[in-house]
Structure formats: C-alpha cells, structure tokens
Design a protein around this ligand. Structure first.
Ligand SMILES: [Fe+2]
Length: 400
C-alpha cells in the first residue's frame, strides 16, 4: 500500500472520528445521556456535517478536517478532565463550560496557526565550512505555491522586503507553483523574481508540485514554466552544477519524485559529486530532505531543502520521519560535516494553518573556517537583477 493511500485512509478515519466526537459532545449539551442512536445525536451530527461542508466549500476539505480535528481534540480533552474532576475531586464541571472552553482553545490554536501560516519571518543560519572560502550570503526560500496564501502581487511584495538581505545568491528550493497557480500569475511572478538583485543571480530547482503531476489540469506546462524562468534570467538546475566565483559549486538536483513517482530517475549524490574538483565549497539544492546520508557521504558541504512546510500541523509532520519518507522536518543539522538546512517555506499549499512552525525565508551565511588550503576570495562587483556575474555552468543536464 502506497504512502498516499495510508495517509488518505488515516485522514478519513480521523475526520469521521472528529465529526462523531463533536456531534456527540454537542448532543450531550442538550441531552446528557443521549446515545448515538438517539434523535438528538442524529440532528447534531447533521448539523456538524453541514458546518463541515460549508467550511469545505469556503476553505477546502482539508482545512475543514484540520478545524474539526482540533475541535474534537479539545472536546475530548475537556471530557477527560471533567471525568477526572468528578472522580478525583468529586467536582462536576458543567458540561457547557467544558464545551465552551474547548471551542475557545481550538479557535485560539487555529487562529495562531492561521497567523503563523500567513505571516513571513526571517530565519538566519551560519554555516562554517573547511577552507578559506569568502563569505557567501544566501537567500533561501521554498514552497511559494503561487496563488495559495498570496498571488503574484503578494509574491512581489515579499521579494521587495527580502531585498534588504542583499544576498550574494538567491535559492528557490522548489514548489514555486502548483496545480492551482494561474499562467498569468506564474508569468508575473517569474518576471518579479528575475528583477531580484543579487551578485550571482537566482537559482531554481523543481519541487514535486512544479510539474503539475497531481492530475488536475492547470493553465501551463512545466516547459512553459521553465521558459518563463530562463527568459527572466533565473537559472534552472536539474542535476546541474554551476560555479560561483572561484570558491563555490552550486548543484541543483532533480526532485525525488523523478525517482519515486515518475520512475525517470535522477543522478545520485555520488554521480553529482564525481566531476567536482576538490578545494571548492559544495552547495546543493534538493527540494525534498531525503537521502541525506548519501549526500553527506558524497562530500557536499551544505544541502538546502524545503517541501516539509516545517511539519505543518504538529505533530503530524513527524509522521514523515517515522515513515522514512524524509530525513528531516525543519531546521539545521549536521551529518559527517555536511550541513542540512530545511525551511518551513514562505507560503503553503492546501492547508491554511501552521502549528509548531511558521512561514519564513532563510538567510544563510557560509564562511570558511580558515583551515586547509581553500580558495582565494573571488567576489565580483555587485550586479543588479538577473546577470549571473560569477556563475558559470559546470555540467549540464538541461535547463540552465
Ligand atoms: Fe514539495
């Protein structure tokens, strides 16, 4: 059974339990001893179902599921606390009070989740690498899912605020668009991205959503997206490596979905590293944080990823770790000297809430530790916009 089927079955079961629990709690407000066969329960279940449908229409089914999951959780918690209070303290908490507090808590958590999802903050990391490489400031963002929490105008506004970072290069680590993005929005967003000023330019890799492979028909193809990106001076890396000055390599991987879902394959970390000369810092963009041991073994210094949305809804994001689908949910970790940074994304896909994480863009400062031979500083004068002053192609797999 594929992971997607397991997830789907899980969501259906949890949703039914959440609807059942919410309806039962509501029914017992009116009739404390009512059972699931009572008329009162049936009416309440129909009412709850109607609210679920309305929220589904307004915010999509998945958000209705998230809302009722939280509501049912807090109603269950209130019920457990009420029973404990009755047994241990001989104090009966009024049912209406427990219900009200549960609704308020669910609303508070979801309101925070909505805010954390729709507001964007800056997160900074410093990565130290062996050698004498000059300092490199990277602006990393991922999971734009254009048209989700913001459209192309909103994206342009975020780019404007990110300009204050003054990065040496910009990394867009996949899921720039998805099946719901419009062609008009995609074209405008590519143009805005192409105007972003940085020394080495903007580098893009595919995410699983960029290819539009989830079955729905959208208004543009991957080839059209690629053309808009390249026409605006954005470097599309698909198992390609470019050099940045004399001190850095930047490799962009094809997405893991090329292997898993599409069965077309992609280069392994060892194959990607095979042609790289020693002495330069090796940076990688890989949309999904998976196969990290192989990337570390291949000798890369820094791997930048997105895809996880920081776990999205706590604690469900960590199911990906348990299933083995990903190796990291969020943040910075080091394996055998290789730094792995996973961003929670600047936006969102279908779910409109983030709990336990928040939307962000990331600024990574890479600097040499002064050991070994390293390479001499090789920073050219700042150039505005899309001119990739210090970038040159090392190996090609198409797209750049
Ligand atoms: Fe993704």
């Amino acid at each position: 059974m594929s992971l997607w089927i397991v997830i789907l079955v899980f969501i259906i079961v949890v949703t039914l339990l959440a609807l059942y629990g919410t309806a039962l709690s509501t029914a017992r407000l009116f009739q404390p001893d009512c059972g699931v066969r009572s008329r009162c329960f049936r009416l309440c279940f129909l009412g709850v179902l109607a609210v679920f449908v309305i929220i589904s229409v307004l915010l999509k089914v998945i958000n209705a599921v998230v809302i009722f999951m939280h509501l049912a959780f807090f109603l269950l918690l209130a019920s457990i606390l009420s029973r404990l209070s009755r047994k241990l303290l001989c104090h009966q908490i009024p049912r209406a009070a427990g219900f009200t507090v549960a609704v308020i808590l669910a609303a508070a958590v979801l309101s925070c989740g909505w805010y954390l999802d729709h507001s964007v903050v800056r997160t900074d990391y410093t990565v130290t690498v062996p050698g004498n490489a000059p300092e490199l400031k990277i602006l990393l963002f991922a999971d734009v899912h254009l048209g989700s929490t913001f459209d192309h105008d909103g994206f342009a506004d975020h780019l404007k605020s990110m300009e204050q970072v003054k990065p040496d290069l910009v990394v867009l680590a996949g899921d720039f668009v998805d099946d719901s993005s419009t062609k008009e929005g995609m074209v405008a967003a590519c143009a805005a991205l192409g105007r972003f000023p940085s020394r080495y330019g903007t580098f893009y890799v595919d995410g699983n959503h960029d290819k539009g492979y989830y079955g729905t028909v959208r208004g543009f193809s991957l080839a059209e997206l690629t053309r808009e990106l390249t026409d605006n001076g954005i470097h599309v890396l698909r198992d390609d490596t470019v050099t940045l000055g004399e001190s850095y390599y930047l490799t962009g991987r094809k997405d893991l979905s090329e292997e898993k879902e599409l069965h077309r394959g992609r280069k392994s970390p060892a194959e990607l590293a095979a042609d790289l000369a020693p002495g330069r810092v090796r940076l990688v963009i890989d949309h999904q944080p998976a196969g990290q041991a192989l990337l570390a073994a291949a000798g890369f210094d820094l791997v930048m990823s997105g895809h996880t949305h920081g776990g999205q809804i706590f604690p469900f994001g960590y199911l990906g770790l348990l299933s083995g689908a990903i190796d990291q949910v969020y943040g910075h970790k080091i394996i055998d000297g290789t730094s792995f940074i996973v961003t929670s994304g600047i936006s969102d896909w279908a779910i409109r809430f983030k709990t336990g994480t928040r939307s962000e863009y990331v600024v990574i400062t890479v600097r040499g530790d002064g050991t070994g031979t390293g390479t001499s500083p090789a920073v050219s004068a700042d150039t505005a916009g899309k001119a990739p002053a210090g970038a040159s192609e090392q190996s090609s797999g198409g797209g750049v």
